[in-house]
Design a protein around this ligand. Structure first.
Ligand code: NAP
Length: 317
């Protein structure tokens, strides 16, 4: 059993920022990365709205810089995945990982993020990796000269749709309403892209194929008219769900699985904090995750100070 003062679960912008701040406060945080170092931004082509990078920066480059900065001040990193937690007593709390390691930690900051939501229609799971994708940056290259559809009407759908035109000859964005949720910059860019067109008020009923994706069956929700559209790729961007399954019954969460935190980013268990998309159903930006990671780190530092001063172990503002 490895004993740590602070473990940070997850390595997206919230986790890497919490690591930077707590490392500078001499808490020697150990980051357990999760499946993907950097979380969702490591799968993002270009980040144009994170302050300080007026010419944009790629997601992986930003992750690399954030990681370097945290490690420079003494954070440590473990490429592993937390699979089980025991918060019933403690601190210290107990964690188990996929690599069969067991840890005890006096405090934990949970920044395990969110994962892409699936459509939940027949054929979707069957054709993942064979035409169905949740990441344009990862898979766009395989659709050079091909036809793809993008499902969704938010920032991800429009941003990834625009990115996919680097490869695909045609990108049709299929949205269930006739009004986009995405921001005006991304809408304007998509409207000016001759490879992009929109199909409104339409939902996907099925992904069809033979070994690989050949098309989708769609339905217009206003007229009820159904048709099959031929396509080579189906890129799904219909939102995210928080990666909170392992905390069920152990931490307070809302009806959608987002962890509930107080003003100090502390969960209902003293000494356990959360930041980023696992507790944020609303803002979901790199900049807001960085801010929440900062808040969790400062609260955690104060929680340790209060413990050391033999005070009530609560995050002091
Ligand atoms: P989102 O904003 O939740 O949008 C999800 C989209 O999918 C919505 O248009 C929604 O339709 C649609 N949808 C949901 N369930 C569906 C279903 N079952 N079938 C068909 N369509 C469905 O998710 P997101 O685009 O991934 O963005 C998540 C967050 O990240 C947002 O806060 C966004 O601002 C942020 N983000 C920002 C940037 C950027 O600033 N460059 C880039 C990417 C993401 P309705 O509109 O009808 O609800």
């Amino acid at each position: 059993m490895q004993k740590e003062r602070l473990i940070i679960i997850g390595s997206g912008p919230a986790g890497l920022t919490a690591a930077l701040y707590t490392a500078r406060a001499n808490l020697e945080p150990l980051i357990i990365t999760g499946d993907q170092l950097g979380g969702q931004i490591s799968l993002t082509s270009e980040v144009e709205n994170y302050p300080g990078f007026p010419d944009a920066i790629t997601g992986p480059e930003l992750v690399d810089l954030m990681q370097k900065q945290a490690l420079k001040f003494g954070a440590r990193i473990e490429y592993d995945y937390v699979s089980e937690v025991d918060f019933s007593s403690g601190p210290p709390f107990t964690l188990k990982t996929q690599n069969n390691k067991e840890y005890q930690a006096d405090s934990i900051i949970i920044t395990a993020g969110a994962s892409p939501r699936r459509l939940g229609v027949p054929g979707e799971d069957e054709y993942i990796g064979r035409g169905v994708s949740y990441c344009g940056t990862c898979d766009g290259f395989f659709f050079r000269g091909k036809d793809v559809v993008v499902i969704g009407g938010g920032d991800s759908a429009l941003e990834e749709g625009s990115f996919l035109t680097k490869y695909a000859d045609r990108v049709r964005i299929i949205h269930r309403r006739d009004e986009l949720r995405a921001g005006p910059v991304l809408i304007k860019r998509a409207n000016h892209n001759p490879k992009i067109s929109f199909i409104w008020n339409t939902v996907v009923d099925e992904v069809v194929g033979e070994d690989v994706v050949k098309g989708i069956r769609v339905k217009n929700i206003e007229t009820g008219a159904a048709e099959e559209l031929k396509t080579d790729g189906v890129f799904v961007f219909v939102g995210h769900y928080p990666n909170s399954t392992i905390f069920e019954g152990k931490l307070a969460m809302d009806e959608h699985g987002y962890l509930i935190t107080d003003d100090h980013m502390q969960t209902n268990v003293p000494g356990i904090f959360a930041a980023g998309e696992i507790q944020d159903p609303m803002w979901k930006q790199i900049a807001t995750s960085v801010g929440q990671g900062t808040m969790a780190a400062i609260s955690c530092t104060r929680w340790f100070e209060a413990l050391e001063d033999d005070l009530e172990p609560a995050a002091q503002a």
